[in-house]
Design a protein around this ligand. Structure first.
Ligand code: VGL
Ligand code: ZN
Length: 239
């Protein structure tokens, strides 16, 4: 659908990925260094005339398959262990996923969007990762590429397409995880995609983490840019 927009048209959306308590210091169970620092810049972006502003939330059941508590030791160490999970809709397919500390459990404070973010400026909040059986980093689909209503409250691509969105700007946390996967899927869905680098923070800021994530995104045709760059200038000029 995005491809059906007239050439040269510009209807940008802002996706604010997972700015939640559990991903932020000082108390988050999966705190990403500097996660809270990017809130002021994200609020500035939220006040710009994007056609649509969506915030995503990682929103897991308490027995989610990515949690250390869902697996037996010794192969359940967060940031070290990984497990194979099978595709709920095609059980012959499997995928290796990392093990995480318990995070963003539905109904807990850890799942809340941090109060520093001006959520009144957000049009829609989408929840992802709701199916205990499968990992979902991207707001568009799970790690197998499934779009299931069991895992989310909203089909993100549908929402963007029905608003006639052409360009997707991605910010938030974690840069090397959910931001990357969401940006890659946005590109696959046919949108032009920018990631605003200073408005993301990563679990691993090194070459293997954010460095590799940037390379993968750039290879896919995603633009790494800045809030001072020409892409955001174009948003500022919108009526
Ligand atoms: C995320 C790890 C596990 C993220 C979500 O938001 O980047 N990371 N679940
Ligand atoms: Zn998660």
């Amino acid at each position: 659908m995005a491809a059906l927009e007239p050439a040269g048209s510009f209807k940008p959306a802002l996706l604010v990925v997972d700015l939640q308590e559990d991903f932020c210091p000082p108390e988050g169970s999966l705190a990403v260094p500097g996660g809270r620092e990017i809130a002021p810049l994200i609020n500035t972006l939220l006040s710009l005339p994007f056609s649509l502003k969506i915030a995503t939330k990682d929103f897991h059941p308490q027995d989610h398959i990515s949690f250390e508590t869902s697996h037996a030791p010794p192969n359940n160490r967060p940031f070290e262990s990984s497990v194979n999970i099978s595709n709920p809709s095609e059980t012959s397919q499997s995928h290796e996923i990392p093990i995480w500390p318990v995070h963003c459990v539905q109904g807990t404070k850890g799942a809340d969007i941090i109060p520093e973010i001006d959520v009144a400026k957000v049009d829609t909040i989408m929840e992802k990762g709701k199916d205990r059986r499968v990992e979902m980093f991207s707001g568009f689909a799970d790690v197998f590429g499934n779009k299931s209503s069991q895992a989310t409250n909203l089909d993100l691509a549908d929402r963007l397409n029905s608003a006639g969105i052409t360009h997707v700007f991605v910010v938030g946390i974690a840069g090397d995880c959910c931001v990357k996967c969401t940006a890659l899927d946005a590109k696959k869905e046919g949108f032009q995609v920018c990631v605003l680098e200073e408005a993301t923070r990563s679990v691993d800021t090194g070459e293997k983490g954010w460095g590799a994530a940037k390379e993968e995104m750039e290879k896919a045709g995603i633009k790494m840019t800045s809030a001072d760059g020409p892409e955001v200038e174009r948003v500022k000029k919108l009526p």
